[in-house]
Design a protein around this ligand. Structure first.
Ligand SMILES: NC(=O)C1=CN([C@@H]2O[C@H](COP(=O)(O)OP(=O)(O)OC[C@H]3O[C@@H](n4cnc5c(N)ncnc54)[C@H](O)[C@@H]3O)[C@@H](O)[C@H]2O)C=CC1
Ligand SMILES: O=C(O)CCC(=O)C(=O)O
Length: 416
């Protein structure tokens, strides 16, 4: 995961925005730190009879615009700084989409790939027992993120409901459909990002039908993106990577066959005997679009950025580009659709799930996609407009739009 400190990166980006907006010091001081950080120890009975204690976090960054919202990650290299950074980015993400929500994030340091289903269930329930007083349908609503899924959400919701003595479906989003999940949440991050790519392509006169696309990080977001980019635009996916490496075929990959290979061997590497490439080599390929979907914060740095030949980078991952990388990409005319705008489709459909849970009335898939398309398109153009008005890059522009809204919320509430 991170070779950089993601929270320092997030603070650097925020300071950049504070200068553009000429924010007062008191406002900056509030925005630079989370409102609350919770760290808990979770003892778990392992299958072999031993007890292991896992460290878990929940960081509640800012709730000026609404309750804290954001995913929970299970990762061996999770740190409080990763979770802090991600909770800040959640705040800007909800604000840039104009959702009535604030930002939060959670994580547990663990390797879910080495745990049995029973161990995962006991750890997930233990996490909820440790933090239940600080979360809830009106205060902080978690969701799935890296290496967590609907099943884990279901266990967590069930544990919380048991503690409360009543069903609490609204505790979190990304739930299985049968217990109040929303249609369309599964591929919403990728789909939302591709709606912004469509708008960027119009702006830059890129014909997506003939575009070559490289996808970094063939996980939830990346795998959906590789199928959808073909279905929605007819683009050709020529490269994909995962944590073990990448593969490239200039004539296009058969994505269904790559998915089958990954399901069988646990990696895209080795598919049809193609040479294994590193992520950095894939970044430098002659493609039109890069979809950055690997949970590898700061991977697009000052060394990698100058090698990028793509015209557009869609940041489905959180924090893939360092400030130094950003400056180089901007100078070289690479259009970056920044993370908290590009990947906001996930939390937007999570918000739709909350609305549906409250009304106990469920929408069709077409309704969800139509609303998501309208929301992502509107936000993309608001950010593009700010980028032109202020003559700043798309990330700075996304910050300007998002932070202005959060600051307005803080002001009317009398915080500053
Ligand atoms: N799933 C969601 O709804 C959302 C996810 N995101 C972000 O998207 C990114 C990916 O998340 P998911 O797809 O949910 O995770 P995931 O856990 O489903 O997939 C991650 C994939 O990336 C690969 N990977 C890990 N390290 C890598 C590396 N260094 N280089 C290349 N590939 C690597 C893994 O092998 C795996 O295939 C994360 O940054 C996450 O925070 C952002 C918004 C919402
Ligand atoms: O769906 C959500 O609430 C949050 C998803 C998430 O963690 C993210 O967008 O990074």
């Amino acid at each position: 995961m991170s070779k950089v400190n993601p929270f320092e990166m997030a603070q650097h980006q925020l300071m950049d925005c504070a200068k553009i907006l000429k924010l007062d010091q008191g406002v900056v001081d509030i925005l630079m730190q989370p409102q609350r950080q919770i760290q808990v120890s979770i003892p778990v009975k392992m299958d072999d009879g031993t007890t292991r204690v896992f460290q878990g976090f929940r960081v509640q960054y800012n709730n000026a615009l609404g309750l804290y919202k954001g995913g929970i990650r299970y990762h061996p290299e999770e740190t409080i700084d990763t979770v802090r950074a991600l909770s800040a980015w959640m705040t800007w993400k909800c604000a840039v989409l104009n959702l009535p929500l604030g930002g939060g994030k959670g994580g547990i340091i663990c390797n879910p790939k080495e745990m049995s289903k029973g161990e995962l269930e006991r750890m997930s329930r233990g996490y909820i027992r440790a933090i239940w007083k600080n979360i809830g349908p009106d205060t902080d609503v978690p969701a799935p993120d890296v290496y967590t899924d609907g099943q884990i959400m279901a266990w967590m919701m069930d544990e919380y409901s048991t503690i409360q003595g009543k069903n609490q479906f609204g505790l979190l989003t990304g739930k299985p459909l049968v217990i109040g999940g929303s249609l369309g949440r599964g591929d919403s991050t990728a789909k939302g990002g591709l709606f912004t790519l469509r708008e960027a392509a119009k702006e830059l006169n890129i014909d997506l039908k003939t575009a070559k696309v490289a996808i970094l990080g063939y996980g939830n977001a990346g795998a959906f993106a590789s199928t959808l980019v073909q279905e929605m635009f007819g683009s050709k996916v020529v490269a994909v990577t995962d944590s073990k490496g990448g593969i490239y075929d200039e004539n296009g990959l058969d994505i269904a066959a790559v998915a089958a290979h990954k399901a069988q061997t646990k990696s895209v590497v080795g598919y049809k005997g193609l040479k294994t490439l590193t992520n950095d080599e894939v970044m430098a390929l002659p493609v039109d679009v890069i979809v950055a979907a690997a949970p590898d914060e700061g991977a697009i740095n000052e060394k990698v950025a100058p090698t990028v030949k793509a015209k557009v980078i869609c940041e489905l991952a959180n924090g893939p580009t360092t400030p130094e990388g950003d400056a180089i990409l901007y100078k070289n005319g690479v259009h970056v659709i920044p993370d908290f705008l590009c990947n906001a489709g996930g939390v937007t459909v999570s918000y739709y799930e909350m609305v549906q849970n409250m009304y106990m009335h469920y929408w069709t898939l077409d309704d969800v996609y139509a609303k998501l398309d309208a929301a992502m398109t509107k936000s993309y153009h608001e950010v593009l407009k700010a980028s032109k008005e202020y003559k700043i890059n798309m990330r700075q522009a996304a910050y300007v739009v998002a932070v202005s809204r959060v600051v307005e919320g803080m002001k009317v509430r009398g915080w500053v």
